[in-house]
Write a protein that binds this ligand. Sequence first.
Ligand code: PLP
Length: 392
Amino acid sequence: MSTYKRLPVAFRRGAGAWLWDEEGSQYLDAVGGIAVCALGHAHPAIRDALCDQAGQLAHTSNLYGIPLQERLASRLSALSGMQTAFFCNSGAEANEAAIKIARLYGHEKGIRCPVVVVMEGAFHGRTLATLSATGNREIQAGFEPLVPGFLRVPYSDLEALRMAAGRCADAVAVLLEPIQGEAGIVVPNEGYLEGVRAVCDDQGWLMMLDEVQTGMCRTGQWFAFQHERTLPDVMTLAKALGNGMPIGACLARGRAGEIMQPGTHGSTFGGNPLACRVALAVIEIMEKDRLMVRAAELGQRMLSRFRRLMEGEEGVKAIRGKGLMIGIELERPCADLAAMALNQKLLVNVTAGNVVRLLPPLVINDGEADQIVDRVSDVVLSFLQWSRKGSQ
Ligand SMILES: *Cc1c(COP(=O)(O)O)cnc(C)c1O
């Protein structure tokens, strides 16, 4: 089905941050499979884990014990401060699990129609519940009736959240991204997550963080909430967790972590030995190569180089990000910029209409980081020049 408007290229092979198309041309990849390929393409240790596990056991189902799944749950819990885990195959599914936990939690409190507070600009996925939680009309349009039970407030606005608490007695949880990805790399005010935590504690709400894009070292911490002194009740992961092997996770602690019981939720594929083995290898490499430190260093390096090359240029509205999650907001729509970059053998993503989004692999070296900045800046500045000419 034509669910995607694709660029006119197909890749045959990759290594690190580099890709080769069917004709053998080489590209520099600053998209990383949309924050999935944190370890770059064709990482040898991931290949080895995948092949070795495929030769032993790929799948048995959740009807039986799965030691690799238990090991992955403990590793993720130790890294995040969560206590229990449910495994699935995507970010949307992980958020579905979080929303179901919130509903069970609400019913347990005697609330018949529990409400989850969500954010303007949020992106949580494409299933019916997650697109209903998403704060983007284009993603919802045509799929009405939406799933009820969501209340929307502005992002990075604690006063609005407190007012929602006063207004809605049936609210039981808040679901948000620590940094909004699809909305254009929107970094909230400092202290925002701690503030959200305080409101949740006051109200007895679950604080549920969607770390599908921000998690797994991307922003310079294992999980983005770790930049602040706070701990959510529920956290969802996917994207980089499998480096391309589909896997998602919903982690929880306290009451939220115990509320799912046999029969309340499930997944045929979720948490199978193959996916869990790969995710364990991802964590091992991230730890061994100190990729969260690297993401922080590289992010600083790239942001300051971007600012040197582009700040103050006419048409450049903002340069922002955290770790290797970087957005360059332009004053005009720039959907065409991805195709222009492709012509220069460079992969970038455009989101929210006017934000060039960069999510490169965390394994790039300093030279590759500089190359991304130089080449992206070139493309952005030529785009701006070209579009100014077009509009005259
Ligand atoms: C990508 C993304 C999702 C959806 O993940 P899928 O695997 O495409 O279902 C959900 N939340 C956030 C923050 C994302 O970036």
